[in-house]
Design a protein around this ligand. Structure first.
Ligand code: S3P
Length: 180
């Protein structure tokens, strides 16, 4: 892919592997990696859980939309991992589609629940307090099913994170980049 062409933007539910895959793609295409949540934390000088607790979700979504615009409207081309909710607020998915090649990481709910429980759920305020994978999978589906149509607008869909398919994805991104 021509690194000068467009941003590469990863979308998907929390735990779908956006940051991990984003870092791999950034290396493969020699582009800087950016993380939207990290940009919000840096701008506000507060952790994401604190922003939710002290300012509320609506404020977080406004800041998220602003940071997304700053990153995607800048000259510098990047690989960007977005937060799970980002594509679903403030017309963000339209912006993502217009500014880059978007990739949806589709992962089954049970797998997401296991991954999230292996991490520190306290850093993800929307999931705080849930301990069992089955319960978390049900919560994820109830809470997030409405997000899937937003993610599905992405230019590429990717559902496997094995190394072999990682190579395939890099080739697909390359081909998609050439066609941009
Ligand atoms: C959120 C996901 C988080 C973070 C915030 C809200 C969401 O990012 O943006 O806690 O609404 O799904 P990850 O998808 O990286 O967990």
């Amino acid at each position: 892919m021509d690194p000068e062409s467009k941003h590469i933007i990863l979308v998907g539910l929390p735990g779908s592997g956006k940051s991990t895959l984003g870092k791999t793609l950034a290396k493969a295409f020699e582009l800087p990696f950016r993380d939207l949540d990290a940009a919000i934390v840096e701008k506000l000088g507060m952790s994401i859980p604190d922003v939710f607790k002290e300012r509320g979700e609506a404020y977080f979504r406004e800041q998220e939309a602003l940071c997304l615009r700053e990153i995607l409207e800048a000259e510098e081309k990047v690989v960007l991992a977005t937060g799970g909710g980002a594509p679903c607020f403030h017309q963000n998915m339209e912006l993502i589609l217009s500014r880059g090649l978007s990739i949806y990481l589709a992962v089954p709910y049970v797998e997401l629940a296991k991954r999230l429980l292996a991490q520190d759920v306290a850093t993800r305020p929307l999931l705080e307090g849930i301990q069992e994978p089955e319960a978390l999978a049900v919560l994820l589906e109830n809470k997030f099913a409405h997000r899937i149509p937003y993610y599905q607008k992405a230019g590429l869909h990717f559902s496997n994170t094995s190394n072999a398919s990682m190579e395939e994805l890099i080739k697909e991104v390359q081909a998609a980049g050439n066609n941009l």
